[in-house]
Ligand binder design. Sequence first.
Ligand SMILES: Cc1cc2nc3c(=O)[nH]c(=O)nc-3n(C[C@H](O)[C@H](O)[C@H](O)COP(=O)(O)OP(=O)(O)OC[C@H]3O[C@@H](n4cnc5c(N)ncnc54)[C@H](O)[C@@H]3O)c2cc1C
Length: 424
Amino acid sequence: MKSSFKVIIVGGGPVGLTAAHALQHAGIDFVVLERRSSIYDDVGASLVLRPSSLRVMHQLGLLDKLRSIGTAIHTGGSFTAEGFKFRRGDEVFPAIQANLGTLPPASTQASASPTSPPSSDAPDAPAPARVTCADGSIYEGDLVLGADGVHSIVRRIMRAQLLASDPAPAPASADIDPENPFTTYYRTMWFSFPAPRLASRAPPPTPTPTKLDHPTTERRSYSEQERAQYWRLFRDLAVTDKYKVGDLYPTRYSDGMANLEEGVLRRWHHGRIVLAGDACHKATPNLGLGFNNGLQDVVALVNRLHPLLSSPSLAPEHADAKPDAQALDVALAGYQTARMLLAPDDHYISSVVTRLWAWHNTIYWFLDRYLLPILPGMDAWVANASAQAECKGEVLDYIPADEPFVGKVPWVHAMPSLVAKDSA
Ligand SMILES: Cc1cc2nc3c(=O)[nH]c(=O)nc-3n(C[C@H](O)[C@H](O)[C@H](O)COP(=O)(O)OP(=O)(O)OC[C@H]3O[C@@H](n4cnc5c(N)ncnc54)[C@H](O)[C@@H]3O)c2cc1C
């Protein structure tokens, strides 16, 4: 019996939409509130999905569609400004395939780094959760899921509620994150362009981060003029063996430029508010971990909501019964604990790789430009380290499915159908 529990998802970006799919399969009611007029606009950079994310997409019935709009990545590499390919990385992707059973595909449909003003008002706590939109419409539910990106308004509202509920002054509370919780050291540009301009098996160009003069926690958006100046700066930079930025940029569908905030929140939930995706952790983009981590948030969260809302006391004769605040809090705390075991490491590794690729200082420059490219077995080591982290990715506990990918490194969380077979 379905509970009348309802989730209000604020943000129809990749994480919010994945949450909608996961909740739909769990039989949990939801509404998605998105401030843009369309969720189909291609306003972001390419998204590379990890094999662990593809397993979840398989459960959601979206894998084939994703494959049809993406290109499997077979190779990688780094170029000097003059176009010399000093790191080939030819063996990384075959090793990923051997370890995890599939190559990561890159799609071109993502949204990243929204910068315009928010449209949602403060949800009330503790219940029911209520969201008032800029047009005056009001949505009520039992849980507000803030999937509204790096500049999350839901995060701000949650912080204000935490501060109001905490008798200690803000600086004394280790559990309350600063108002601007992420720090930016780098900025980057990206653009998408017609795929035929690249060989079909080539990777999408990796963003080129440049270091800011001073790290900042302040929000920053870039005008069209600034973007134009920035791309001119890099027009002669090689992005593949054949093409430079200047060859491809004029054919672009869309482009963007953003500060690359970094950080992981200490507190991901309070009362009837919970955060997921860039709203609660922000990684640099070089390893393509941002959405992949947001997807894992959704899985960890809905895996804990589903049993809570399927408990016998809620159905069938208590159709309107809902978990009390304490039970909800335990589920949300379990979600945060599970994610805190994995997300911070991913974010740390991503920040190190960004510094390597951006030649943050002389040591990083020497390592990236000269030492690491010639170390024997480096590609296999990278692929293995990445598989050891990635094999811990959760799958949705409530959607039985065949295992689509089998490699040398076993998945820690088996697909539900396999668990059932094992225990039979
Ligand atoms: C150059 C670049 C390359 C990247 N490459 C990869 C990659 O290969 N793989 C990967 O996993 N990640 C990658 N990322 C990161 C990835 O784009 C983000 O992690 C991901 O978009 C986060 O998804 P999200 O849904 O949490 O937030 P967002 O994508 O920011 O979406 C938030 C949504 O909420 C909406 N919104 C905001 N405020 C409100 C409001 N108040 N009311 C209603 N709606 C609101 C926004 O309009 C938006 O639609 C990359 C990022 C960049 C910058």
